[in-house]
Design a protein around this ligand. Structure first.
Ligand code: NAD
Ligand code: DAU
Length: 338
């Protein structure tokens, strides 16, 4: 079957970390595609993330995915929606779950309804966290068959949104796919997240902060590889299918922090232990063989140390981008004892 070749797409959350990297990827790789970014510009959305892209290719609409009237105006003019918009940070979801229910669940519902009404292709960007966690010594990894067992308010709302997508495919025939990806890193990631928080702490003369015993494992992937995987699934994925995205990047938090400290010329023990996250997932690990086997996707940015060095350099070069959010983010963490 020929690949699906959209000419115009809506990218929700296109001013966030992964969404904006995806928009840049599409503009660079697919010159025939026009992108409408739909973003509410929450604390996590920044129009600078897509600044400098050609205005005849990329249009920003500031608005809420829960606004059905707005969707009615925007969606019909497009071939597909790629849905990144979400409340995405676990610690925030523990402090206040309500916005997660609204954006992640209700927002996905409204987008699905718009796709159903106008027969628009939908790709739903989800997370490996829907599968809960694995023990450090568990020999298995998550696959598309792993039962859902989310732990946090964030991951439970992402799991709920995945279930809505599956139901809309089966009941209404919406042309949708789902991807569940592991932890991303790279440029434009908000300073609340682990890697940018530690890099910018060091740049500010604050000691990095490690939760719990630091042995929690995340399966790191460069955001550029996430973008290429999402496009591959949009173009070649089978409707109704779920694909796991990962780049075999399992590392515990201490190791990642030591990579950052080394890349920044700091001693390997120059960090503080802080209070653990409640319900903290122990380990995530992705088996992405379905995506590789069926759709021929491969990650390209697999040298993690090099990726960290480049990411450190990006934060060094772009202080004007992260500085405005830093103080408020650290004040929030300080209140939580983290
Ligand atoms: P982010 O928090 O950096 O960006 C989220 C974006 O969504 C922001 O631009 C924000 O303004 C926008 N947004 C929030 N609520 C909105 C609403 N109601 N209407 C319109 N826009 C709204 O998030 P991210 O880390 O880039 O994650 C993007 C997606 O990828 C999320 O769906 C997340 O669950 C998923 N994901 C993230 C990771 C990761 O490591 N960060 C891994 C796997 C999957
Ligand atoms: O697995 C995919 C998920 O990865 C995405 O769905 C989420 O949107 C994304 O935020 C991320 O979730 P995590 O909770 O794994 O990422 P975070 O950057 O918050 O934390 C990574 C690990 O580092 C986690 O074990 C907690 C720990 N941590 C985090 C912070 C902010 C610390 O030790 N210190 C910190 O200061």
């Amino acid at each position: 079957m020929a690949d699906f070749a959209p000419k115009s797409i809506v990218v929700t959350g296109g001013c966030g970390f992964i969404g904006s990297n995806f928009v840049r990827h599409v503009v660079r790789e697919y010159p025939e595609v026009r992108v409408t970014v739909l973003d509410k510009l929450t604390y996590a959305g920044n129009p600078e993330n897509i600044a400098g892209l050609p205005s005849d290719r990329v249009e920003l609409v500031v608005g809420d995915i829960c606004d059905a009237e707005l969707l009615e105006r925007i969606v019909p003019d497009h071939d597909a929606i790629v849905h990144f918009a979400a409340e995405s940070h676990n610690d925030n979801s523990i402090a206040d779950p309500e916005p997660f229910l609204r954006t992640n669940v209700e927002g996905t519902y409204h987008l699905l309804e718009a796709c159903r009404k106008h027969d628009i292709r939908f790709h739903h960007v989800s997370t490996d966290e829907v599968y809960g966690d694995l023990a450090l010594d568990d020999p298995t990894r998550f696959t598309e068959e792993t039962p859902y067992k989310p732990s946090s308010p964030y991951s439970s709302t992402k799991a709920a949104s995945d279930m809505l997508v599956r139901a809309w495919v089966r009941t209404y025939g919406v042309r949708a796919t789902i991807s569940n990806c592991s932890n991303n890193y790279g440029p434009y990631q908000h300073v609340e997240k682990f890697i940018p928080r530690q890099i910018t702490n060091i740049l500010c003369g604050i000691r990095p902060k490690l939760y719990g015993d630091g042995l929690n494992v995340r399966d790191w992937i460069h955001t550029e590889d996430h973008s290429s995987a999402v496009w591959t699934i949009l173009a070649k994925g089978r409707i109704g299918e779920t694909y796991l995205i990962g780049a075999d990047g399992e590392r515990n938090n201490i190791t990642v922090l030591q990579d950052i400290l080394r890349a920044m010329g700091e001693p390997e023990d120059a960090f503080d232990w802080v209070k653990d996250r409640p319900g903290h997932d122990r380990r995530y690990a992705i088996d992405s063989s379905k995506l590789r086997r069926e759709l021929g996707w491969r990650p390209r940015y697999t040298d993690f140390s090099e990726g960290i060095e480049k990411t450190v350099q990006w934060y060094r070069d772009n202080e004007g981008w992260w500085r405005p959010a830093k103080e408020a983010t650290e004040a929030k963490y300080a209140k939580q004892g983290q």
